[in-house]
Design a protein around this ligand. Structure first.
Ligand code: NI
Length: 174
């Protein structure tokens, strides 16, 4: 298992439509393991395969909302192959979203509060679940990545330009 470099804006790969996985095999499981390592190393809560340059519909998520007695986040990684939203609530909610491909930049994004998602697990079986809260938001954000969509596409052009300018400035300073 290894930590992979993360693709960042304005890399054109982030705009690619990722292909569905045909068979969940050992190569996919290795990809999932590497993505999980990469997500933890970058202190993220979710990662899509295209963010490590692989145009396949694979997502890993671990919200790490709970901490152990030393204040360290308790890890509980989940992998989602070919995840798709099959139903979304009319009710929406706003979260201050960030993205490992747009480092240190955040913006409020409004999405359906709840969604029903279907995916293949690491063992290849079909799963379906109703998601809400941060998991619902994070899943929609990661599925967007599989479709070449970034969270900054959900905000106004003004806000988007501002975020990208701030990012360029931060990179220059680094
Ligand atoms: Ni992201």
């Amino acid at each position: 298992m290894s930590v992979l470099p993360i693709v960042e804006v304005p890399d054109a790969r982030l705009r690619v439509l990722s292909a569905p996985v045909e068979t969940v095999d050992d190569d996919i499981r290795r990809l999932i393991a590497d993505m999980t390592d990469t997500m933890y190393a970058a202190k993220g809560i979710g990662l899509a395969a295209i963010q490590v340059g692989v145009a396949k519909r694979v997502v890993v998520i671990d919200l790490q909302e709970e901490e152990d007695e030393d204040g360290k986040p308790i890890r509980d990684p989940h992998a989602y192959v070919n995840p798709e939203v099959i139903e979304a609530s009319d009710e929406v909610s706003a979260y201050n979203e960030g993205c490992l491909s747009i480092p240190e930049q955040y913006a409020e994004v409004t999405r359906p509060s709840r969604c029903r998602v279907r995916w293949l697990g690491e063992e290849g079986g079909v799963h379906e679940e109703d998601l809400d809260g941060l998991l619902s938001t994070c899943m929609q954000h990661e599925i967007d990545h599989c479709d070449g969509i970034l969270f900054i596409d959900h905000v106004s052009r003004l806000k988007r330009d501002m975020l990208l300018k701030k990012l360029a400035k931060a990179r220059k300073a680094a």
